[in-house]
Design a protein around this ligand. Structure first.
Ligand SMILES: [Zn+2]
Length: 408
């Protein structure tokens, strides 16, 4: 049997954030951080511990594939929590799932899933590479697809997030150069009819480290929130693509040989405004990728020749420094090595066993302890800004309690 008792449904965390935002006039959102390997999970947990905050650890389909399956991600997250004796509520969430990956995660002990049926995929060849273009799904189809996952998830008390509209940028194997906003009426209809727990509307942010953020679509969030409010429904929103990409983080990445053009994130003022307008979950991925990759680059520069002492370190070094091809894990596209941000690219040949448990005693022990420190500092500073420091949770709303609430 899959162990789930340490994990909380997303509903428990976002409703606590809602409670603090409205009743105590303290705008609050929960940080949701993407995970790929053990030390990244430990970094996130330690950051949440510093902030005494609940949090969301989320894995994309790509992360599940990287570790072999959703169950491996689940076991890895639980062992990180146990190793640290972590005592703040954690939700384990699937980021951007489709029907199959949602069902897999539901049966693999995740406590929340996201069904992303807001877009349809179309393949196109660009410069010899296959790219998948996203197009908006008709509302009716999106509602039907979401309903199906809600039905399966709520049986076990598992929360469901759904997306409406199209976000610009790249997420896994998907890419969109346009953004399409749904109207407040469409967002309302989507929420009411699908009966999901949290909505991610496209509202001005985008995926990836080059955001060129212009403005938050405040009217859209405000309008939709008002419509739910008038019906007496508390509907939280999720802000995707919210990495802040601080200039000093970019400078550090470049200082150690990384290359990136025009990197920029979402200003904290815009994230805070979104939280005032009902955002209760803030997604962060690119910040962690950039920070972790900088740690690896800095480690090799400060330990000249260390790659020659060990095959595993040599494999990582060769991909970061151009002696070996760097490939995008999804499309297989060859990347310029200095531009690699995603740790899955250079950790590709590291034995998975080493990436699923504490690296103590292995050749990765030192660099992974630096990764943990980098991630935990960044996570703590973000969580502080999101307002969830010291946020207390009603411990009654476990997966079991949620299952009976949904199935009444
Ligand atoms: Zn996203």
């Amino acid at each position: 049997m899959v162990e789930t008792k340490l994990l909380y449904p997303l509903y428990t965390l976002t409703s606590a954030a809602e409670h603090h935002s409205t009743r105590f006039e303290r705008p609050t959102a929960i940080g949701a951080f993407n995970v790929n390997f053990y030390s990244q999970a430990v970094g996130i947990l330690k950051g949440l511990e510093i902030a005494r905050a609940p949090g969301i650890i989320q894995a994309s389909k790509g992360a599940c594939d990287f570790q072999g399956s959703p169950l491996e991600i689940q076991k890895m997250t639980l062992s990180a929590m146990k190793d640290l004796n972590h005592e703040y509520p954690i939700c384990l969430h699937l980021d951007h799932g489709n029907k199959d990956s949602c069902l897999q995660c539901i049966y693999s002990g995740f406590s929340s899933v996201m069904i992303d049926a807001s877009t349809k995929k179309r393949e196109e060849i660009r410069n010899g590479n296959k790219v998948i273009i996203e197009e908006k799904t008709p509302l009716e189809e999106n509602i039907e697809a979401t309903k199906e996952i809600v039905k399966a998830a709520h049986k076990s008390g598992i929360s469901v997030e759904g997306e409406i509209g199209v976000l610009r940028g790249k997420e896994g194997d998907k890419e969109s150069s346009v953004e399409i906003y749904a109207s407040p009426e469409e967002i309302f209809e989507y929420g009411i009819r699908s009966k999901l727990d949290i909505i991610a509307p496209a509202c001005g942010t985008c995926h990836g480290p080059i955001k060129e953020f212009k403005k938050l679509e405040e009217g859209l969030l405000e309008g939709a929130r008002q419509m739910f409010y008038e019906e007496g429904i508390e509907m939280p929103f999720c802000l995707h693509g919210s990495s802040t990409i601080p200039p000093e983080m970019v400078a550090e990445f470049m200082k150690y040989g990384g290359k990136i053009k025009k990197a920029s994130g979402v200003p904290m003022s815009a994230i805070k405004r979104a939280i005032e307008l009902g955002v209760r979950k803030v997604n962060i991925d690119s910040d962690l990728r950039m920070g972790i990759t900088t740690v690896f680059r800095k480690y090799f520069q400060e330990h000249q020749g260390i790659q020659n002492t060990n095959e595993i370190l040599k494999g990582i070094y060769d991909i970061l420094y151009g002696n070996k091809e760097a490939k995008d894990p999804k499309s297989g596209k060859i990347l310029v090595n200095a531009e690699v941000l995603d740790p899955r690219v250079y950790l590709v040949d590291v034995p998975k066993e080493l990436l699923r448990k504490s690296p103590k005693g292995s050749c990765l022990e030192e660099v992974m302890s630096l990764v943990e420190a980098q991630v935990s500092n960044h996570v703590a500073s973000l969580v502080y800004q999101f307002g969830s420091v010291g946020l207390t949770i009603d411990r009654g709303l476990t997966l079991e309690a949620m299952a009976s609430k949904y199935n009444k």
